[in-house]
Design a protein around this ligand. Structure first.
Ligand SMILES: Nc1nc2c(c(=O)[nH]1)N[C@H]1C(S)=C(S)[C@@H](COP(=O)(O)OP(=O)(O)OC[C@H]3O[C@@H](n4cnc5c(=O)[nH]c(N)nc54)[C@H](O)[C@@H]3O)O[C@H]1N2
Ligand SMILES: Nc1nc2c(c(=O)[nH]1)N[C@H]1C(S)=C(S)[C@@H](COP(=O)(O)OP(=O)(O)OC[C@H]3O[C@@H](n4cnc5c(=O)[nH]c(N)nc54)[C@H](O)[C@@H]3O)O[C@H]1N2
Ligand code: SF4
Ligand SMILES: [Mo]
Length: 749
């Protein structure tokens, strides 16, 4: 687990960085006597990251030591806060939530689940338990300002909510990237640390990179070819690619014919989207589209990959679908060098085909009419659920690791709505733009104080790996891990003990993993497995069970040389399980057990895309897009001095032609307005922008009164882009927010 260094008071703990999807291996040097993390370096023996880290990893130390980070529960006392002990905190939080439920029903309680949950094993396991205990239809998460369209298109095409093909960047000959900047973001729905290095190796082996983006991004600068695209028109561009692939007989559908439904329908749909017809709206020349299609098809292997720019837009689900259609019809889906499904150590290894997953979509709707997907409503509808009146409104909120007031569209309306709630429980370790409205804040331990295993990102990684992360430093004895907080709340909502909740969690997982014919371990009894897993409460023994019953697991058989938690602990740098391999048809859980290449829900939405061609031909007025930066992490690492220092990064990028027309000066200030709000930001004039498009990063706007972020609110507060994004500008299929391509007006401030 750790190796001793020369000085006996120090040790190095090998683990992974939980800040972004890259999951880099890190070596944390710890002073044992002082119980302090001293430094972070890349773990050269990590099978995925091989020593790479980005500057944010050092921020883990700043986060650990940040005096503003909450260590004890805070309870509101009028306009001030009071530290209280955990017993009082849990009793107060649970009774407040129960009272609302008794008075107004379960749907009066809303839950918002933020991004950092996915980076914590304990949350991933116990959130489910807590959400079940809440039993509300008013569930929200950061998914609907992020990847929900990709999850929905994946579910429609392949069956599962995490059926997302991952580009095989390490083996492909041609990578077509739309709406992603992995050189800065470090990859998303594509766990691939050191993308710069991976792209360099792509070039070294003679491969090609094409980037389609309204900004000449850091990734675009490394590309063989960069095409500017009018924001929100990727689906038109992709349909044109598909058109050319069929028209010029560049498809490779031999294997597909036995695997899929809907090939002819996709072909027919693409007929009307010739590149010559879409060019005026996308801004991409027909000749360019044709040559990208030819190059993609001619490459020995190729992968098309779209990310946040293709999801957080008006046509998010259509675009996400068409990305996979391009891969499929060129023979690159489920092929090495193309886009494939990982097979992780915690996947199910039950014999036979996995059960069909019925589509969980539109079983209920928000007051504003947006559909539920996978049990949750789009967060763009959260404010309306609170502020639209009526006794069926949301009266109370439980937010776990989320900062919705900065992260979701029309922040000003949401802030007002959240302020008006009868009761608000936040599980968070900062008093920030959202949690300042809470009645109580329950702070969990910090990342370096807890163990971790990447249950989600291994499912999205460019290589199959497994790594267990032990805590690097000890937490204060009275501190609580997130899993303990969630378990305790779940128990108290039903008047039960947290131990009972944990017992139920392990019992239910055991039932699906051992003891029956249909399970991965039919020859092991529940009792024997339960004994083998030990008595220690918490996520570890559930992880152990998943690993042992997984595709690489020991199945509780000593003679079998398979994975278990003990095995992982004995391999502190992680275990390499090899490159991605074809998984179809086994992986398909659609009702037909085939790939649905033309799902009806999406075919029906093509009409809306068609009308986009007529409604706004040529270039509309100015539109706004976002931007990620190396030293940011959504809205919550700006209080770390090492990351926040330096020049002001929250700037509005404007093309020189636009700047001239709008009388904006480099270094001056601009007032930006949208339908819902306005703000003032410093201007940087740059030809890296497509004319007609301006860009502002998200996650800033820390200057609000009432926050306890001494660095963020003084050093670089910035402005909140989501004062401009519009909760009615969205992808109606998934309800995902349209954060990109928002119409704005800009003038000198
Ligand atoms: N305009 C615009 N808006 C965007 C985006 C964009 O590109 N443009 N991107 C969107 C995307 S992709 C995402 S993922 C969302 C993120 O949206 P959110 O998940 O709502 O916000 P984060 O900024 O990740 O804030 C996370 C919160 O969790 C807290 N936190 C951090 N770690 C932990 C922990 O371990 N436990 C607990 N309990 N709390 C913790 C932090 O203090 C912070 O309050 O933002 C979205 N918003
Ligand atoms: N440093 C850093 N890394 C991060 C994060 C962070 O905040 N900071 N956040 C993490 C999270 S939560 C996520 S989800 C990932 C996201 O990972 P990425 O998707 O790689 O995120 P971005 O860097 O925002 O890249 C989106 C790109 O889409 C472009 N774009 C905008 N609109 C459109 C459009 O309509 N069409 C096309 N084709 N392109 C468009 C933008 O110009 C931008 O270059 O990053 C993660 N990594
Ligand atoms: S890229 Fe940076 S933030 Fe992301 S996991 Fe690696 S070190 Fe951490
Ligand atoms: Mo995200």
């Amino acid at each position: 687990m750790s190796t001793a260094t020369e000085a006996a008071t120090e040790r190095v703990v090998h683990r992974s960085c939980p800040l972004c999807e890259a999951t880099c291996g890190i070596d944390v040097r710890v002073d044992i006597t002082a119980n302090r993390a001293l430094s972070v370096r890349g773990d050269e023996k990590d099978p995925l990251s091989a020593g790479y880290i980005c500057p944010k990893a050092h921020g883990l130390i700043g986060l650990q030591d940040d005096p503003d980070r909450l260590r004890r529960p805070l309870r509101r006392d009028g306009s001030t806060w009071r530290e209280i002990d955990w017993e009082e905190a849990f009793a107060f939080a649970a009774s407040g939530l129960r009272e609302i439920r008794e008075a107004h029903g379960a749907n009066a309680l809303a839950a918002y689940v933020g991004n950092p949950n996915v980076h914590d094993m304990g949350s991933m396991i116990y959130l489910r338990v807590l959400l079940r205990a809440l039993d509300t239809k008013k569930r929200f998460s950061a998914s609907s300002v992020d990847q929900l369209p990709k999850q929905l298109s994946g579910a429609l095409m392949f069956g599962g909510s995490l059926s997302i093909p991952i580009p095989d960047v390490d083996h492909t000959d041609f990578l077509l990237v739309l709406g992603a900047n992995p050189v800065v973001s470090n990859g998303s729905l594509m766990t691939a640390p050191d993308m710069r290095g991976r792209l360099r190796r792509l070039a070294e082996r003679g491969g090609k990179l094409v980037v389609v983006d309204p900004r000449r991004s850091e990734t675009a600068r490394l590309a063989d070819r960069h095409l500017f695209i009018q924001p929100g028109t990727d689906a038109l561009f992709l349909f044109s690619l598909i058109h050319v692939l069929f028209e010029e007989e560049l498809t490779d559908t031999e294997r597909l014919e036995t695997l899929c439904n809907g090939l002819d329908e996709v072909h027919a749909l693409s007929r009307e989207f010739a590149p010559e017809i879409t060019a005026d709206v996308t801004g991409i020349d027909a000749a360019d589209t044709r040559s990208v299609a030819r190059d993609f098809a001619a490459a020995r292997t190729a992968a098309c990959y779209g990310r946040i720019g293709t999801c957080t837009q008006e046509f998010g689900t259509l675009t996400s679908w068409l990305v996979d259609v391009v891969n499929a019809i060129t023979g690159n889906l489920d092929r090495e060098g193309g886009a494939l499904f990982p097979l992780t150590a915690t996947s199910s290894a039950a014999p036979g085909p996995p059960p069909v997953t019925p589509l969980a979509h539109a079983r209920w709707r928000s007051k504003s009419g947006l559909p539920e997907t996978f049990g949750e409503l789009p967060v763009a509808s959260l404010a309306g659920e609170i502020d639209s009146g009526g006794d069926d409104r949301v009266h109370a909120l439980l937010a776990v690791a989320g900062n919705p007031v900065l992260s979701t569209p029309n922040s000003a309306r949401l802030a007002k709505a959240v302020e008006s709630l009868d009761f608000f429980v936040a599980v968070d370790f900062y008093l920030n733009e959202s949690t300042r409205f809470a009645d109580i804040i329950l702070p969990p331990t910090a990342p370096l104080e807890r163990s971790h295993y990447d249950l989600v990102f291994n499912e999205l990684a460019v290589r199959n790996v497994a790594k267990y992360s032990p805590p690097a430093v000890q937490h204060e004895p009275e501190a609580r891990h997130q899993w303990q907080i969630l378990c305790e709340l779940a128990g108290r909502l039903h008047g039960a003990n947290a131990d009972v909740v944990d017992e139920l969690a392990i019992d239910s997982l055991l039932g699906s993993c051992v003891g029956r014919e249909e399970t991965a371990c039919p020859n092991v009894s529940k009792e024997d497995a339960r004994t083998a897993l030990g008595e220690e409460r918490g996520p570890e023994r559930l992880l152990d069970l998943m690993l042992r019953a997984g595709p690489y697991g020991d199945r509780f058989d000593d003679a079998r040389d398979g994975l278990s938690l003990a095995k992982l602990k004995a391999s502190p740098h992680g275990v390499d399980l090899g490159p991605l391999r074809p998984q179809l048809p086994d992986r398909l859980t659609t009702e037909s057990r085939r790939i649905e290449l033309a799902p009806q829900l999406l075919v029906d939405d093509v009409e809306r895309l068609r009308s986009r061609l007529e409604e706004r031909p040529g270039h509309p007025g100015l539109v706004l897009i976002g931007r990620r930066q190396v030293r940011t992490n959504n809205s919550w690492m700006h209080n770390i001095h090492a990351l926040a220092k330096g020049r002001d990064r929250c700037t509005l990028l404007v093309h020189p032609d636009d700047a001239r027309a709008l009388r904006l000066e480099d270094g001056g200030r601009a007032c930006v307005r949208s339908r819902v709000g306005k703000l003032v930001a410093p201007v940087v004039v740059s030809d890296e922008m497509m004319p007609g498009v301006v860009s502002l990063p998200h996650g800033f706007g820390h200057g609000t009164p009432g926050v306890r972020l001494s660095v963020a609110s003084n050093l670089a507060p910035g402005v909140n882009i989501n004062l401009l994004t519009d909760e009615t500008f969205l992808d109606p299929v998934s309800g995902n927010a349209g954060l990109s391509g928002v119409p704005v007006e800009v003038e000198p401030a």
